[in-house]
Design a protein around this ligand. Sequence first.
Ligand code: 3HC
Length: 685
Amino acid sequence: MSNLISVTTQHDISVVSINNPPVNALSVDVRAGIMHVVNDAQSDANIRAIIIICEGRTFIAGADIKEFGKTPLLPHLPDVVLTIANSNIPVIAAIHGTVLGGGCEIALACHYRVSMSGTKLGMPEVNLGLIPGAGGTQLLPRTVGLKQSLDMIIGGKPINLPNKPDDSLVHDVTNDNLLECALSFAQTIIEQRTFKKTDYPAIVDPDTESARQYGLKLAAKRKGQNAPLRAVEAVLASTTHSLIDGMKLERKLFVESRDSVQSAAMRYAFFAEKSAEKPLKHSQSVDIMPINKVTVIGAGTMGAGIAMSLLASGLDVYLLEINADNLERGLTFIRNTLASSVSKGRIREEQAQQQLARLIGTTQYDTIADSDLVIEAAFESMAVKQDIFSKLEESVSAQCILASNTSYLNIDEIASVVTHRQRVIGLHFFSPAHIMKLLEIVKTKEVDTRVIASCMVFAKKINKQAALVGMCYGFVGNRMYASYGREANYLLLEGCAPEQIDKALVDFGMAMGPLAVNDMSGIDIAYKARKENPNLSTDPSYFLAANLMVEEGRLGQKTSAGFYSYDDKKQRSPDPSVIPIFKVAAETLNIKPQSYTNDEISERLMLALINEGANILKEGIADNAEIIDTIWLNGYGFPRYLGGPMFYAKTMGWPVVKERLLALHAQTGKDWWKPSTYIDEMLSN
Ligand code: 3HC
């Protein structure tokens, strides 16, 4: 047996201890070890109960995801689960940490569960494009009922286990010594002889139809994904099938999911996000700078959102504004948002009060002297930002990290006004900053590794997904977004209606269409930002449609008119009056009307993203494709089941990508369609 499993005998109880760091994933050796030990214990007349427990930070957190996509090795997890479930002697799971996926299935197959208080349990397979594949869809409904099972399996979020026994999920709870608690529980079961084997019949008297409707409603929330529908089918099989037959059906549906492109994309996304945090892991040898007290400069939507995200993570925050009115507006926004979170039950009143107690509003630079980090989120103007950084030089210590939240300005130029430039970095949050996961961490020319590493740790601390990028206009996300928006604008000149373009992208899987997004954020905002781009394209068609909207005073939702028109409730409707504006402009530029299918539209915008992403990789602005995909998944609503634009390029195939780019180059004559040389490198690999 491998050294990942050890067995000790305590009186008449066999204790199986798993030690497969970091999360005790069910690799082949762990599966084989558990199966072997459970079988052995049953054939030993002196053993009357088995305890399965894990060392380290958690009970088993799932199947070993790295094994998916490789030839499956015996024993399969369902067989391990059935061996436990069918054991002649009681098996007790002693659980702590995060009991997930295959780990949850092992725990549910055990006849009893003893937990450490604070344990979480869940079936997150759907987040990997999968369904539970080792009895989860059959055992969970038999434990907590159909509705809660559907919530957990389709929602994919773990639940907090009760802190008292509920005799279904948990039979005993401790906040002290888990093994001792499990041993004493096992002893009671042995003494009372309460253990009875079951053959797990189908659930009796289920309200199958209402459960089906409920499941389908939950599945619809995961737009475009196939696994949730398979999950509904599998869970409902528990009402008609015995455990063993239900598991056969579940396995078939699991294998279909596992072998799908969607699951490959979502598994890739899981590891891509971990790898984007890798500089954090490397940084463990670096002396990390403590960041506990943070100043946010600017109390507008962005600054207030950043402040809220810091407060929610337990940090002390100074919010600095140039005058009392602006400051009060920002503080009111924060108070109101927290009050609304309390009324929606997202946080408790005392949590909101604790957060507010850690917030100090000020208009004085003297107040912020003891900051560990300053995040400037002021107006997007080089002069304004340089003025702020000059003031910071005099008001905070030379060790304090100075960050700009600019979305596109050159941070090296901002840094030029300070003496210790090695502490200047970009921390680019995405709006609304207290909700969006992404944090682009932008390297400046002179930045110290220690500052980068400390910001990576800081990102984790404030529950953001870090993505380390280099300096260029718009960094990675907004630079790519510009190429995507450019094509949406060009298609308007070619005669597509805004609603057709947006629908094509929403059908593709994007959270929103690009023109509706532009209306929401304000067409003038991006218009002004383009003016700051030192390398702005001089092509007359470049964002011409958006420029015309601004010239017409159609700035988006805020003026009730942009690419669409809006009613009092900000409800969007198509506005035919914009079409002639684009038509006249197209005629001036001799752009011929074309008709496109929705697939052609979404492909065109994807190709724009892919080619710009490839240029970014070629220039070394992002170290790898995983960083780009992490940015698009966490900051721009790219569908996770497609993996991100660079993964999508691989799904299309690089030869197809190149061929289509060349065709677009020939059709439009635009240089931006010349395939990036990075694509040739991919083709020669
Ligand atoms: N398989 C393989 N590796 C895993 C893993 C898994 N199931 N879960 C985590 N890891 C790895 C991570 O990749 C990471 O590796 P690295 O150090 O080389 O980057 C390491 O474990 C630590 O993970 P985190 O950095 O995420 O640690 P956290 O403490 O932040 O989170 C966790 C721990 C909550 C367990 C989180 O890692 C997680 O959610 N993991 C995925 C759990 C999951 O999806 N389980 C279901 C798998 S599918 C399944 O079980 C199918 C079954 O039904 C048949």
